[in-house]
Design a protein around this ligand. Structure first.
Ligand code: ADP
Ligand code: MG
Length: 352
């Protein structure tokens, strides 16, 4: 067990790291944030910060010496340099290496027996065209690496659109995936301990716009509810196959044929932000509990449910309304520039 008073390293200093550090502080831990940016959101609320590149081995070795356990809040990290953290890193680099490459990720998920949308890896325009002949349209190209919030994606709506889509993703190695006419999107958020203990939260129904999560709602809709049991089994098999320790999120499409895995995130997730006020134990506190080997906290709803709305880009200008709204929980991430598409904060309303 890593006892309160110990130092938790967090690699990546975005809003997820910030909310992890706040939860860790409540339990008496100190956090050390490692991020290349000058003023990452998490550093505002952490005891220590290192500003260095994610592959700076000297800085990583120093960080490894100073922390008692370390975790990551961001997938797009070079994996090999993290070996200097050895067993202090939770989850391990296995979860990271698989989740950060959409090709490996999909093959891995299928290997656990879960279903995904029909897909192929593509590395040339010829291969994109062959995949369109094979899987039809609509088809979405997603770069194997570095995509998030819908970035690195482009749709082929009909045959003939391959070159434009291939160009739009920068002709990068990609996965080509059949467009799913889903009924809804939802996620399974779980936390797993070293000894295999695990907990699930209620599955949120997730609504996206332009590839970015806009709203998560619990309890989920009636369209999603009958698919949650099968999705939980699939998510747990994935967690076990990874040997994952900490929070793991699996995004699903609720299709007419049942749940299809979209992608996994080896970490706390935007669709779990509602757990801060809407669940007895938040995803952030639970992740700290799991990586420090403290007992699991309860995951039930505090009240009837919750609705979480992201504040994206200029949405954040409305903060005075949200902060004045009775019962609305406003979270601002302390980012200075409200660029379009940037997650600036969120608002959670707990429902009766
Ligand atoms: P990101 O890493 O950017 O979250 P996702 O693969 O989750 O990438 O894609 C973002 C969103 O785009 C999804 O939540 C969904 O709304 C839409 N999308 C992605 N893939 C498909 C697909 N195969 N069919 C239909 N919609 C999709
Ligand atoms: Mg996603």
């Amino acid at each position: 067990m890593i006892a309160p008073g110990s130092i938790i390293g967090i690699i990546g200093g975005g809003q997820l790291g910030r909310m992890l550090a706040i939860a860790a502080a409540q339990l008496g831990y100190k956090c050390h944030v490692f991020d290349p940016h000058e003023h990452p959101p998490a550093a505002d609320v952490a005891a220590f910060a290192t500003h260095a590149a994610f592959d700076d081995l000297t800085a990583l070795r120093d960080f490894a010496r100073r922390v008692d356990v370390a975790t990551y809040e961001f997938e797009n990290l070079p994996v090999a340099p993290l070996d200097v953290l050895g067993p202090k890193l939770c989850p391990s680099t296995r979860s990271l290496a698989i989740a950060q490459d959409r090709g490996r990720e999909k093959a891995f998920i299928e290997g656990t027996g879960a279903r995904v949308a029909p897909w192929r890896t593509v590395a040339s325009l010829d291969e994109v065209q062959a995949t369109v002949r094979d899987l039809g349209t609509p088809l979405v190209l997603k770069t194997r690496r570095y995509g998030y919030d819908g970035k690195g994606q482009s749709w082929v709506r009909e045959a003939g659109g391959e070159a434009a889509a291939w160009g739009a993703i920068g002709e990068e190695p990609a996965v080509a995936e059949a467009g799913i006419d889903f009924v809804a999107e939802f996620s399974v958020i779980l936390a797993r301990w070293h000894d295999g203990r695990h907990v699930f939260w209620d599955s949120p129904h997730n609504e996206h716009g332009d590839g970015i999560l806009r709203r998560s709602t619990v309890p989920c809709s009636e369209a999603v509810a009958p698919q949650v049991a099968e999705a939980r089994e699939a998510a747990l098999r994935i967690a076990e196959a990874l040997g994952h320790v900490g929070v793991l999120t699996v995004e699903f499409f609720a299709s007419v044929d049942g749940p299809l895995v979209n992608e996994i995130a080896p970490r706390v997730h935007n669709s779990g932000h509602w757990t801060i006020e809407g669940a007895v134990t938040s995803q952030f506190e639970q992740h700290i509990r799991a990586i420090c080997d403290l007992p699991p906290g309860l995951t039930g709803l505090t009240r009837g449910g919750a609705v979480m709305d992201n504040l994206i880009g200029e949405d954040v200008r409305h903060w005075p309304e949200f902060v004045a709204e009775r019962g609305a929980h406003l979270h601002l991430y302390g980012k200075d520039e409200a660029r379009a598409g940037r997650k600036m904060g969120h608002v959670t309303r707990v429902t009766r």
